[in-house]
Write a protein that binds this ligand. Structure first.
Ligand SMILES: NCc1ccc(-c2ccco2)nc1
Length: 312
């Protein structure tokens, strides 16, 4: 089988949401290649906590005694219990998917009423369900796909796609260049030339986080840029045109247009940079600011997983 689903950006491309059918109800979920739980708002939460969200009414079979509890790098989190239900994404069906129903979520999820939960697409080794880890949607369907892969084509300020089971050559230019993936930490982890340390491809992170040295070198070419500790990152005048940022990954090169690196206004005519420091995180995060310049293939067709990058 193959399928494709639209990925619609929230304001300022903060995150990209896809329609997912669970037990016949459509939820708008953040497909997150940086985590491995599929969780949704549910009627088990206080009504005030789920106001404005589509909530799961436990249509599936409860996995008695199973729980989950997840914390994300941005300080948000959620927890709850577990059901098994039919899940469909872009026409691709998992007949018995672990659906993690929330009993509580952090305030930033409650306030983001576009988002009804997350569908994780990292490796199942970091799924948080206890006492038995559960498989991601991709792991559940990959054997039924024409090719064991999915591909992300996020776009700047407009809807993109996630393709399942096939590569759409109309969505990129040049060639796809592949690099090996280290799965030891459960992420789509790879090495980028000229960017020290390990990097992860993370659709669920908004910005591009790279080492201080790379960040400082980038903003040295932005006259109005400075590090603003009150904002927690580099800011600049919204009207200043920004340089492109180019990186070599394997035998291929990807260029992020400068326009994409103006993330959003933070106050008046001051804007927050899409490139920020990864110092303190433990690895670099190639989030949406980077991914929206690419066609990225999350590939398990070989004996070892690999990532493919092409210019979008
Ligand atoms: N990188 C995982 C992730 C994704 C989304 C969110 C989030 C918080 C509020 C709304 O969305 N947090 C973490």
């Amino acid at each position: 089988s193959t399928g494709s689903v639209s990925a619609s950006p929230e304001s300022y491309d903060e995150s990209y949401l896809i329609p997912v059918s669970i037990g016949g109800t459509t939820f708008h979920l953040d497909l997150d290649t940086g985590s491995s739980d599929l969780w949704v708002f549910s009627t088990q939460q206080p009504a005030s906590q789920r106001s404005g969200h589509t909530a799961y009414k436990q249509t599936g079979t409860k996995k008695s005694g199973y729980t989950w509890n997840i914390s994300y790098g941005d300080g948000s989190g959620a927890k709850g219990d577990v059901y098994v239900d039919k899940v469909v994404v872009g026409g691709v069906t998992a007949t018995s998917q672990a659906v993690e129903a929330a009993t509580s979520v952090s305030s930033s999820f409650t306030s983001d009423t576009d988002n009804d939960g997350l569908i994780g697409a990292a490796f199942s080794s970091i799924n948080t369900v206890s006492p038995q880890q559960q498989l991601t949607f991709f792991d559940n369907v990959k054997n039924s796909l024409s090719q064991k892969l999915f591909a992300a084509r996020l776009r700047y300020h407009t809807a993109g796609t996630y393709d399942y089971g096939y590569i759409d050559s109309s969505k990129y230019s040049g060639s796809i260049h592949y690099v090996p993936v280290n799965t030891a930490n459960g992420f789509w982890e790879f090495t980028a030339s000229g960017v020290s340390g390990s990097s992860i491809a993370d659709t669920g992170t908004t910005l591009l986080y790279i080492p201080d040295s790379n960040v400082d070198a980038y903003y040295a070419n932005v006259d109005s840029a400075s590090y603003d500790s009150s904002q927690g990152g580099y800011t600049f005048d919204c009207d200043e045109s920004l340089p492109d940022w180019t990186v070599t990954i394997g035998s291929g090169s990807i260029t992020v247009p400068g326009e994409y690196i103006n993330f959003a206004p933070v106050s008046g005519n001051t804007c927050f940079g899409g490139i920020q420091s990864s110092d303190g995180i433990g690895f670099n995060i190639f989030g949406d600011i980077f991914l929206k310049a690419t066609y990225t293939v999350f590939d398990q067709t070989q004996s070892s997983p690999r990532l493919g990058f092409a210019q979008g």
